[in-house]
Design a protein. Structure first.
Length: 337
């Protein structure tokens, strides 16, 4: 036998003063009965039988009250014995679209003639519309990450948010992908047994933070991180803002140069079992939507575990029965007196 909260069993310490009180009460009651019999002037077998019957009922009531308290303490301790198989179920997948809004995402070097951010918004928006009945959320960030849309089944609300998203949605300087991943991780709730997925839309450039540290924390929480990379390996000039750390300048202008860090994004995704998708691919939307749907279909029984069966209900029932019988004996003894 095992207990969920064995500390509750310390309540049995109360039995020591209860036993002492019951013994003292019995000793005080015995002379009273003797004086009562002497005062009546009756002797003989009928009187002694009534006295013994009274004593037996009093003792039985005391024992039943003690049993009631004992069963109640054991029930509160959460007793377990035997074995039961508990099936584990999952409810598909929860997905948080995580948008990098740093200034490097304004570079217009996508093969579709759009800025990196516009291309990211397009892929995220179209993929969300194709995912079906799953919960979606959104996190955005520049210098720090913010959970902008909590997980919801209202896909239309998320699509509307993505349509109006721009680099000015949050203030700040630089890029911190670590806080962005942490903000997205905070969207998941422990009470919902789902697969957890973060989709990072970024060019992979970061001026501060440690992406690898955030990936490690996500991995510990059972969160899979996938990435969609934007920009090109040749890069392009950032249209405005101060120079980015680790970038190069062109020979003809002072605009900072930004490149796609595809290898950084790929490594981050592979460490958690996610995928990396090139945002320049024409089929990027279908690839991402198919990937999300493949995890969304994984629902139902995912496994089982064996644990000791909870038995507290037995002791609750025993406590109630003991209490009921003790009350009946008390009433009968009072009526008899």
């Amino acid at each position: 036998m095992s207990f969920d909260t064995p500390q509750v069993l310390l309540g049995f310490v109360l039995y020591i003063p209860l036993i002492i009180l019951e013994i003292l009460h019995y000793r005080r009651r015995r002379p009273f009965l003797d004086r009562f019999i002497a005062a009546t002037g009756f002797t003989g077998e009928p009187v002694s039988l009534q006295v013994r019957e009274f004593q037996r009922r009093a003792m039985a009531a005391s024992l039943l009250w003690g049993l009631f308290l004992a069963c109640l303490i054991i029930a509160l301790a959460g007793p377990r014995w035997g074995k039961q198989v508990d099936l584990e179920y999952r409810r598909g997948v929860d997905v948080v679209f995580t948008m990098d809004l740093s200034r490097s995402m304004e570079v217009q070097d996508s093969l579709q003639g759009l800025s990196r951010l516009d291309r990211a918004r397009h892929i995220a928006r179209e993929s969300a519309a194709l995912t079906g009945e799953i919960r979606l959320g959104a996190a955005i960030g520049k210098g720090r990450g913010v959970l902008a849309v909590p997980l919801t089944y209202d896909t239309g609300a998320l699509v509307s948010f993505l349509e109006g998203l721009s680099g000015s949605a949050v203030t700040g300087w630089g890029t911190n992908l670590e806080t962005l991943i942490d903000a997205a991780s905070g969207a998941f709730q422990d009470g919902f047994p789902t697969s957890r997925e973060i989709i990072l839309f970024s060019d992979g450039e970061a001026l501060s933070g440690a992406l690898s540290a955030a990936i490690d924390r996500a991995l510990e929480q059972g969160i899979r991180v996938s990435a969609v990379g934007f920009g090109t390996e040749q890069g392009g000039p950032v249209p405005y803002g101060p120079a980015l750390s680790g970038t190069e300048l062109t020979t003809t202008e002072e605009a900072p140069w930004s490149y796609r860090r595809g290898e950084v994004l790929r490594n981050a995704a592979e460490r958690t079992g996610g995928v990396y998708i090139d945002g320049n691919q024409d089929d990027a939307v279908s690839l991402l939507a198919d990937y999300i749907r493949s995890h969304g279909l994984v629902s139902g029984m995912q496994g089982y575990h064996i644990e000791a069966k909870a038995r507290w209900r037995i002791f609750v029932i025993a406590a109630l029965i003991s209490w009921g019988i003790a009350k009946v004996l008390h009433i009968r003894r009072r009526n008899h007196g």
